[in-house]
Ligand binder design. Structure first.
Ligand code: SF4
Ligand code: SF4
Length: 286
C-alpha cells in the first residue's frame, strides 16, 4: 500500500528560543538523545523491511524541536533518498544547520519545510541557507507564523527570496486572533493560499485519510491517526501498515493545522498544491 508516515521521536529540544514555542532552548539529556537515536534506528530498520512487502512510503519528520542538528536525522534522510520504495522525504526545520551534507541528498525525493523565525536569525543568514538549497536544486518551501509583529519581516523575506520559492504564512489562531480584511489581502500578496490556512475546518464525522493511508508514528512505535486525535490506534512494529489501516471518520470537532486538514478529501487540496501537497510546496499540476 501507499502510505504517508509522519515521524516524531523523543527529541524535544531546539537551538532556537521562539517565544511562541514550548521547546525553545529546551535541552535534552544525553539519555533522551540516545533514546531518540535508537528509536530512529528502529524506525529505519522497519522502513527498510517495507520494500519486500510492496509498500511505497512518504516520510515526513516533524520533530518537537530541531532534528537536523542531530547527525542521525541527516543520515536517515540521505539513506531514505536511495531506497526505491521511498517516494518522498520531508522535514520541518529552522534551517539553522550547516548544509554541506545536503549534497548527498536525492533531489528527486527530498524536500524541506523551512520555517523562518524572525528574531532568532538574521534574514540574510536565513536567505543564504535557502540559496544553498536552491543552488543544489533541492526543493523547499519557506514559511513563517503570521503574528502581527512579523508582518514586516515576512514581507521583507518575500522580497529577498527568488520568486519561484513558495512562502507560506501560518495563520496565528491563538487568543481568538482575527485578521482584518486588509491584513488578509496583504498577506495573500505574499502567500496566495493564506486564506486556506485561516479556518479551523469542521471535521467531525467527515472522511479523512489519517488512519487509513496517513499515520503519525511516535518513537516508541505507537501510532496515532493524526496530530490532533490522541487515541493510539496501534503499534507500527507490532501491527504493520495493514494492521493499522482502517477507514475512520474524524472524531475531532475541528481540524485547523495544515498537516492534518490536507488529508480531508472534501477539501481537495491536491488540486491546489499538486505533487507538493505533503511538503506544502505547490507544484504545477501535470
Ligand atoms: S525553531 Fe521551531 S522548534 Fe525551535 S524554538 Fe522555534 S518554533 Fe520551536
Ligand atoms: S480531519 Fe484532522 S483532526 Fe480529523 S482525523 Fe483528519 S487530520 Fe485528524
Amino acid at each position: 500500500m501507499k502510505a504517508v508516515l509522519y515521524y516524531r521521536g523523543s527529541l524535544s529540544s531546539c537551538n532556537y528560543d521562539c517565544p511562541y514555542c514550548p521547546f525553545s532552548k529546551n535541552v535534552d539529556s544525553k539519555d533522551t538523545l540516545a533514546r531518540d537515536r535508537g528509536q530512529l534506528e528502529q524506525f529505519m530498520d522497519w522502513v527498510r523491511a517495507q520494500e519486500q512487502l510492496g509498500h511505497e512510503l512518504s516520510i515526513f519528520f516533524n520533530p518537537y524541536g530541531e532534528a537536523l542538528i542531530h547527525r542521525w536525522y541527516r543520515e536517515a534522510m540521505v539513506e531514505l533518498g536511495d531506497m526505491k520504495h521511498i517516494k518522498k522525504i520531508s522535514v520541518q526545520t529552522n534551517l539553522s544547520v550547516k548544509l554541506e551534507w545536503t549534497e548527498r541528498l536525492n533531489p528527486e525525493k527530498v524536500s524541506f519545510w523551512a520555517t523562518y523565525h524572525p528574531g532568532q536569525t538574521e534574514e540574510a543568514r536565513f536567505v543564504s541557507q535557502c540559496m544553498e538549497l536552491y543552488n543544489r536544486s533541492l526543493r523547499f518551501s519557506v514559511g513563517s507564523v503570521g503574528v502581527r509583529s512579523a508582518f514586516d519581516s515576512i514581507a521583507s523575506l518575500r522580497r529577498a527570496l527568488p520568486e519561484d520559492v513558495y512562502l507560506w504564512i501560518n495563520a496565528f489562531k491563538d487568543n481568538g486572533n482575527r485578521y482584518t480584511a486588509g491584513e488578509i489581502r496583504s498577506l495573500e500578496e505574499v502567500d496566495p493560499y493564506f486564506s486556506l490556512n485561516i479556518p479551523d475546518y469542521e471535521s467531525l464525522g467527515k472522511s479523512c485519510q489519517a488512519g487509513s493511508q496517513v499515520f503519525y508514528v511516535q518513537g516508541s512505535g505507537q501510532v496515532k491517526r493524526c496530530y490532533k486525535d490522541r487515541k493510539v490506534i496501534g503499534n507500527l512494529y507490532r501491527d504493520g501498515l495493514e494492521g493499522l489501516s482502517q477507514e475512520r471518520a474524524c472524531g475531532m470537532k475541528k481540524c485547523g493545522c495544515y498537516i492534518g486538514y490536507i488529508h480531508m478529501p472534501e477539501l481537495q487540496l491536491g488540486q491546489v498544491y499538486g505533487a507538493g501537497l505533503l511538503e506544502r510546496n505547490p507544484q504545477p499540476l501535470l
